[in-house]
Write a protein of this length. Structure first.
Length: 233
């Protein structure tokens, strides 16, 4: 498969769709091909982008509110200061965690959709690997996808964790706090990929059934044929 292609997809309770971007030398990307399963209808639920933006807003409001509450507590005591800094951080993260779980279950509230989501990932991974489009290969393909929208939610979670604990790290490590931030930056992306895969495996995908596998194979064959026979490639 051409290295200038980048694949993405979207699933709902009725199926999924795939599209391919073409990358150009000036870093421009353009959707050049779309395919969807036979009965696919776009889910009216919030998109991942809107969910992340709304979560950022809720997180900022909660963090400020908790900060205002702890502002009126006694200060100047070493352990007490640490306690309220950690309280503000943990309370904000717990609230955002519950809110993210609510968003996930709101968008993925049926087993059928979880199966279609897993089927979408399997199809994308099979096409990316350029393997024969067979039922056996599709069943063996991973239902985890590093480019899934879940990855952006877990990245936000990790980034938020670093930010809310910054005052704690600053007091604990003093002038060396930037070394701690550098360490977090180095491990952030592999850690984010790991957490995203865990969330996908446990919560946001399931193994598709035989009918979904067959539908995905028909889509994959149409998809690959159109890519290979389009003159623009």
């Amino acid at each position: 498969m051409n290295a200038n292609f980048s694949f993405n997809g979207r699933s709902s309770k009725t199926g999924f769709e795939l599209w391919v971007y073409k990358k150009y030398r000036n870093f421009e990307t353009k959707i050049v091909l779309k395919e969807k399963t036979e009965n696919y209808e776009k889910d009216p639920s919030w998109s991942w982008c809107k969910a992340v933006l709304f979560t950022v807003l809720v997180f900022a409001i909660m963090y400020c509110l908790i900060g205002r509450i702890t502002e009126y507590t006694p200060t100047g005591y070493f352990l007490l200061d640490y306690f309220f800094i950690l309280l503000q951080a943990f309370a904000s993260l717990v609230f955002v965690g519950v809110f993210l779980i609510f968003l996930l279950f709101r968008s993925l509230n049926s087993r059928v959709m979880l199966q279609w989501h897993g089927c979408e990932h399997k199809t994308v991974n099979l096409i990316r690997q350029d393997l024969p489009l067979t039922e056996e290969n599709l069943k063996k393909a991973s239902r985890l996808n590093a480019y899934c929208g879940t990855t952006y939610l877990t990245l936000f979670w990790i980034t938020s964790s670093v930010l809310v604990f910054f005052p704690f790290f600053e007091r604990l490590f003093g002038a060396y706090v930037f070394l701690v931030l550098l360490f977090f930056f180095v491990i952030m992306f592999p850690l984010n990929l790991f957490l995203s895969c865990v969330v996908q495996y446990l919560f946001t995908t399931r193994e598709p059934d035989a009918e979904q596998i067959q539908e995905a194979l028909r889509l994959a064959n149409r998809f690959v044929v159109r890519i290979n026979t389009t003159e623009s490639y």
